[in-house]
Write a protein that binds this ligand. Structure first.
Ligand code: TXA
Ligand code: MG
Length: 317
């Protein structure tokens, strides 16, 4: 059973386990990560085992700073501009990987690109102390809702790992935005914690979207799935459904919902992102026939929220 240690007291123990090749759960600003030494193949293999994650789905390597990123990938001017502006923070850059840089091939699942991100807070301190990147997918069983608190991680993975570093609820609440940098072209592979508009404003050009087939291999299937079925963009609540609400106004039949949680009563998309996964888990616990979800606007972080909701509602394997 995992021990839970507050982040202020956890660095030494986290470092000991990471050096020993064991995966540990750590807080990041987006969601909790299941982290292991990205240069240790056995350690990375354990991440896949703990999550039950398909081996063809590559991992993000988390770095301490741009200097560490340069050891593992080549950063074009456009990539450097984005890294300088948004790191540390919820932006992942997919870049041409450097050969023989020491990363386990399991991290990239054999691709010639590598996904790099510099997280805020505890993760960055741990990576700097380790001196090597940490591979870290979200800390949840493959296909399930991402953990945004130490308690959510404990319920899902507590039996399978030794340590959960508790940094409280994660402030952003959805995973990082993933942008692939191909020469000077920018392709949005996954909407996330930084709105596409904000990246476009810094880059000075539009993000390309979805034209080139599946580029983030983990982005296709049903994902983020609670146990209950999920019904999207509802205009009314049906018998025995739970309601995931958004904003000040309620849809028809809301008063009959088995349970109701509001992503943001004032209609704030940042607040909604922060609450998304915890609310999905809490409504799941109401054991309703389904979770009905009110419409969430597509602007700003709404793109990431709608992306996660669509996957939560997708047909299950
Ligand atoms: O906020 C986040 O990004 C969190 C925290 C822990 O940092 N991590 C996270 O990791 O969401 P994960 O493994 O759940 O999602 C990583 C995504 C997957 O969809 C994977 O397919 C994609 O990144 N990915 C990784 N390497 C890639 C590459 N070289 N090319 C394209 N997609 C890649
Ligand atoms: Mg994930």
């Amino acid at each position: 059973m995992a021990r839970i240690i507050k982040e202020e007291e956890a660095l030494e123990e986290a470092l000991r386990l990471a050096r020993g090749g064991l995966p540990i759960a750590i807080p990041t600003e987006t969601v909790y990560g299941l982290a292991a030494d990205a240069c240790n193949g056995e350690a990375v293999a354990r991440i896949y085992e703990v999550k039950g994650r398909p081996r063809f789905n590559p991992l993000i390597a988390h770095v301490a700073d741009i200097k560490m990123a340069e050891r593992f990938a080549s950063l074009s001017p456009a990539a450097r501009l984005l890294a300088e502006h948004f790191w540390p923070g919820p932006l992942t850059l997919v870049l041409p990987a450097r050969d023989d840089a020491g990363l386990s091939p399991l991290v990239t699942a054999g691709l010639d690109t590598v996904a790099l991100r510099c997280p805020k807070g505890f993760g960055a301190r741990l990576i700097a102390a380790l001196g090597r990147p940490l591979a870290a997918p979200s800390a949840n069983s493959s296909g399930k809702v991402s953990g945004t608190s130490a308690q959510a991680v404990e319920r899902d993975l507590g039996e399978r790992i030794e340590l959960i570093v508790d940094g409280g609820p994660t402030p952003v609440g959805v995973e990082s935005t993933i942008v692939k940098v191909e020469n000077e072209e920018l392709v949005l592979l996954r909407p996330g914690g930084i709105a596409a508009e904000d990246i476009e404003a810094v880059a000075g050009k539009p993000l390309q979207r979805g034209a080139k087939g599946i580029q983030a291999p983990g982005m296709m299937a049903s994902h983020y799935a609670p146990d209950a079925p999920v019904r999207l963009n509802v205009s009314h609540v049906e018998a025995d459904e739970a309601l995931l609400a958004f904003g000040p106004e309620r849809v028809e039949g809301a008063e009959g919902a088995r349970a109701t949680l509001n992503l943001s009563p004032s209609g704030d998309l940042r607040e909604a992102a922060t609450n998304l996964f915890a609310h999905l888990l809490a409504l799941d616990a109401a054991r309703a026939r389904a979770i009905a979800v009110e419409p969430v606007p597509m602007e700003g972080l709404g793109e990431a929220i709608n992306d996660r909701l669509a996957r939560a509602a997708a047909p299950r394997q």
